[in-house]
Design a protein around this ligand. Sequence first.
Ligand code: SAH
Ligand code: DHB
Ligand code: MG
Length: 224
Amino acid sequence: MTHKQWTEVDRYITDLLVPPDPVLNATLQASDAVGLPPHNVSPNQGKLLMLLALIHRARTILEIGTLGGYSTIWLARALPTDGRLITLESNPQHAEVARENIARAGLADIVQVRLGPAIDTLSQLATEGQHPFDLIFIDADKPSNPEYFAWALKLSRRGSLIIADNVVRNGAVIEANSVDPNVQGVRRFNELLSAETRVSATAIQTVGSKGYDGFAIAVVTSDN
Ligand code: SAH
Ligand code: DHB
Ligand code: MG
């Protein structure tokens, strides 16, 4: 099995189940045009995020790692009109592109892009009392995943869903002695998930146009 085949099957799935969407296409085009890296989730993954938020009837969503707002738009589309999504981004150019994309998607009223290192903006959110969030999507710098998980728990309630992208990393996640700080961040995150008595969690390997990777998903099972 090759990346080419995974990509072709992703296309097959997307052609059937993820209808062409001018707003999402424009989001990717605008992001690409100014040189943002193509690190957004794939269309069928984006739709999975939207479906999870819908199944969960999420009204408040926190995203860590905005990029051009592609996953943001998918998630925000699951929200009711009085819902809200806060997304955290440290790169000013990414945040600017995301704000334009989110406005084009008609979601500016319910989505707020917060510029700054997530460690700082997470602590601001806690101080402001913006929590709890019904769903938290962790998808920023992987070395910080352990800290982001700790914040996700603080900003949760019983029943909150915590989802993390990129937890398999082409299989490198099993390399205990990896010198890759991304791998070590994800390994530490997975270990925290394992040890944390306040969540019930699993992880799923994925293949597709984004290569071989995976999602972790956790439900907060106790009142914090
Ligand atoms: N969730 C997006 C992809 C995010 S890519 C999607 O699927 O469409 C990761 C993003 O995290 C990048 O835009 C990067 O600039 C941002 N990032 C990296 N380090 C960060 C930090 N310390 N705080 C906040 N954002 C960060
Ligand atoms: C990459 C992919 C991601 O989903 C992400 O969040 C960061 C980087 C990548 O392909 O390098
Ligand atoms: Mg990702």
